[in-house]
Design a protein around this ligand. Structure first.
Ligand SMILES: [Zn+2]
Length: 71
């Protein structure tokens, strides 16, 4: 089995799923359909940005070492 390929997936709008991708110079392409893939789906991207913003707000209020697992 390939190691940890779950983390190596990106979102393909055409397949509407997270897929394995081929990395080219600037972009990544779905191995299934050849469409350009994104790091997140637009919904996930919104949620991610919201979480980042919320994280920043929280760390502004208190400088505790909370979970900083978001890479
Ligand atoms: Zn695809």
């Amino acid at each position: 089995m390939l190691h940890d390929f779950q983390n190596e997936k990106k979102y393909c709008p055409h397949c509407a799923d997270y897929v394995c991708f081929l990395q080219s110079l600037n972009d990544s392409y779905c191995v299934e359909c050849g469409s350009k893939v994104q790091l997140f789906s637009s919904d996930d991207k919104k949620a991610f940005l919201r979480a980042v913003r919320r994280d920043r707000d929280l760390s502004n209020k208190r400088t505790g070492i909370d979970r900083r697992n978001v890479s």
